[in-house]
Design a binder for this molecule. Sequence first.
Ligand SMILES: [Zn+2]
Ligand SMILES: [Zn+2]
Length: 52
Amino acid sequence: MDKKMDNKSPKCPHKGCNCPVEREGEYCGAYCEGQADKAMAKCECDHPGCGH
Ligand SMILES: [Zn+2]
Ligand SMILES: [Zn+2]
């Protein structure tokens, strides 16, 4: 385990998504949770600052 990661806010594990999340390994929303297995070029979770 790399403890250095604790200093940063965790991000949504969905590829292409840059949304911050509260806990490591947590998805930013239902969209990313549902699309987690698919490698999308961009995220369409519709959160501000994401999916561009
Ligand atoms: Zn996103
Ligand atoms: Zn996400």
